[in-house]
Ligand binder design. Structure first.
Ligand SMILES: NC(=O)c1ccc[n+]([C@@H]2O[C@H](COP(=O)([O-])OP(=O)(O)OC[C@H]3O[C@@H](n4cnc5c(N)ncnc54)[C@H](OP(=O)(O)O)[C@@H]3O)[C@@H](O)[C@H]2O)c1
Length: 253
């Protein structure tokens, strides 16, 4: 098979090469927002209502690496509820190595916290987000969310941050993360949060896995927003998995 000049076989990359391909820019003083999504060939963001239904070994490799590289994993509450998110499980030694290389990770090896955006704070305090995590999650919410809900999430171990009135704007979201010294942002969605961030021109890059699957049905796609926009992106790389998975990275122009 002919290989295009900028498509790389995943099997030809060492773990270090792969990490370098996904390095965050050095010495960030502003949040750098990287999104990571998986889609079927026919554009579905879910199979069986979950993104997990689209995952392949190659996707899981990059999904895990992007978590290892990040300071914080930003998700909408819809995704947390649908996928019963727990805390990120990362490798402390790998996190320290990535930090020493200046491309991500963490100096003491601790995992990135999950930061959940929610207007209503309707998240169960018994959810894995609170019970299955090494570090406290951040709940980024609003002043109008019921006080007792916020209190229950704080009692469950979360840091609860009121960052907006009725909703949290992308600007306020990024301010909260900047103030906490978490510039390497990895957003794992979902489509509503991603659409809002895109509409506000707040996304620096998209890592998109195309799983070698057609699924039909009525599944939604990876971004949804109230109005349409056209954001030009540049192709940064294409990595090919043996199983047909295509791993792409797109950067904002
Ligand atoms: N293919 C993939 O890679 C992928 C990735 C992620 C998710 N998914 C799938 O996507 C589905 C969930 O999608 P979704 O679009 O409903 O979820 P979402 O974007 O994760 O969550 C939407 C929710 O986030 C909160 N939110 C979003 N923007 C906000 C803002 N500006 N201010 C305050 N709160 C805000 C609201 O929570 P409240 O309702 O609590 O106020 C809103 O209902 C699931 O089926 C999941 O499996 C797929």
């Amino acid at each position: 098979m002919q290989r295009s000049h900028n498509a790389i076989q995943l099997t030809e990359l060492s773990p270090t090469d792969l990490a370098q391909l996904y390095a965050y820019p050095a010495e960030l003083d502003q949040p750098w927002v990287r999104a990571n999504f998986v889609s079927s060939i026919d554009g579905a963001a879910t199979s069986g209502n979950l993104s997990e239904g689209l995952g392949t070994p190659a996707d899981r490799t990059v999904f895990g690496l992007l978590r290892e590289l990040s300071d914080v994993i930003l998700v909408g509450a819809g995704t947390v509820r649908a996928e019963n998110y727990g805390g990120a499980r990362t490798d402390p030694r790998h996190r320290r190595t990535l930090h020493d290389q200046g491309i991500g990770g963490h100096p003491d090896g601790s995992p990135p916290p999950i930061a959940v955006v929610t207007a209503g704070a309707a998240i169960e305090p018994s959810a894995r987000l609170f019970t299955d995590t090494e570090v406290p999650p951040l709940i980024i919410t609003t002043t109008v969310a019921p006080h007792e809900r916020k209190q229950r999430l704080a009692d469950a171990g979360a840091e609860v941050i009121e960052a907006g009135g009725a909703a949290v704007t992308p600007e306020d979201l990024l301010r909260v993360l900047r103030e906490r010294g978490l510039p390497r942002v990895l957003t794992e969605g979902g489509p509503h949060l991603f659409g809002e961030l895109l509409a506000a021109d707040a996304v620096d890059e998209l890592c998109l896995t195309t799983a070698p699957l057609l699924v039909g049905g009525t599944a939604r796609r990876i971004s949804l927003s109230t109005h349409e926009f056209r954001t030009r992106m540049t192709r940064a790389h294409v990595v090919l998995g043996d199983d047909g998975t295509v791993l792409t990275r797109w950067a904002r122009r």
